[in-house]
Ligand binder design. Structure first.
Ligand SMILES: Cc1cc2nc3c(=O)[nH]c(=O)nc-3n(C[C@H](O)[C@H](O)[C@H](O)COP(=O)(O)OP(=O)(O)OC[C@H]3O[C@@H](n4cnc5c(N)ncnc54)[C@H](O)[C@@H]3O)c2cc1C
Length: 233
């Protein structure tokens, strides 16, 4: 972004993000390209240490309460090192944590958002399906209640950081006959969920280590913090 449209605070943030990008070891990028690194844990740890994760999120969970423009300024710098790392920087701390902060329980915020913004864990997003991603409301992954459990059945693909994810934000159809925006429910599914599998299919050209992963057939035990309420309602 041009200097003359940035505030002094925004320039400082840009410089912070630029410094972080300079920290990224070249070998890490090379090893990711050669698929020797499956998940760059130390990258997220360093970002967390510098308080550069979840910039828009509330300070009480580890964020900085900055705006979208600030986030964009940081993202522009962070993307210089590697598009893949920028995806990793943005998906867990921004997309997933934003959903939890806005629609999840306090328990979920403490369990996932707080450690994630420190770079101690990672949560991936499972939105896109083999049938496509643009038609979000046409999702076919289903979640059916079975006693005190949910059975989620379906496949997701193009999941950034599936290898290292401790949690997955998964969208599934819970009310097929409802209007589009009322059909889906968002679940936070722990990696340990019975039946959860991630499979490496192939690498994406130009996106280094970010691989085509499939996440399939989930069977999760219901817990009150598993569901993000009213996310689309
Ligand atoms: C770098 C990267 C990271 C990603 N990370 C994730 C992730 O972490 N988690 C995740 O769930 N997904 C992820 N995705 C997937 C992304 O969300 C999808 O690629 C996106 O939603 C588009 O879906 P699709 O690729 O299946 O394309 P499709 O939905 O199949 O669309 C293909 C083409 O058809 C066009 N099209 C579709 N519908 C219509 C229509 N009705 N009218 C006219 N044109 C139409 C589209 O514009 C597009 O050009 C990632 C993708 C990329 C590239």
């Amino acid at each position: 972004m041009f200097d003359f449209i940035m505030t002094e605070e925004q320039k400082k943030l840009r410089d912070e993000a630029r410094e972080f990008t300079k920290w990224v070891p070249k070998e890490m990028i090379m090893d990711m390209d050669a698929e020797k690194i499956q998940f760059p844990h130390e990258y997220l740890k360093e970002a967390g240490k510098r308080n550069l994760l979840g910039l828009r999120l509330p300070k009480k969970y580890g964020g900085r309460e900055l705006g979208w423009v600030d986030n964009g300024i940081a993202a522009e710098e962070i993307g210089v090192a590697s598009y893949s790392l920028a995806c990793l920087w943005g998906v867990g701390a921004d997309l997933v944590c934003d959903a939890i902060v806005n629609f999840g329980s306090e328990e979920l915020k403490q369990e996932i958002v707080v450690p994630l913004l420190k770079g101690e864990l990672y949560a991936a997003e499972g939105l896109t399906e083999p049938r496509g991603g643009s038609d979000f409301f046409g999702a076919t992954t289903k979640a059916v209640k079975d006693g005190d459990q949910w059975v989620i059945d379906g496949q997701k693909r193009f999941i950034v950081g599936a290898e290292g994810a401790d949690w997955f934000l998964v969208y599934a159809v819970t009310n097929p006959s409802a209007k589009d925006h009322e059909r889906l429910t968002a679940f936070m599914v722990p990696r340990s969920a019975k039946g959860l599998e991630t499979e490496y299919i192939y690498g994406l050209m130009g996106v280094l280590w970010k691989t085509f992963h499939i996440l399939q057939i989930l069977f999760i035990k219901e817990k009150k913090w598993n569901i993000l309420k009213n996310i689309l309602g």
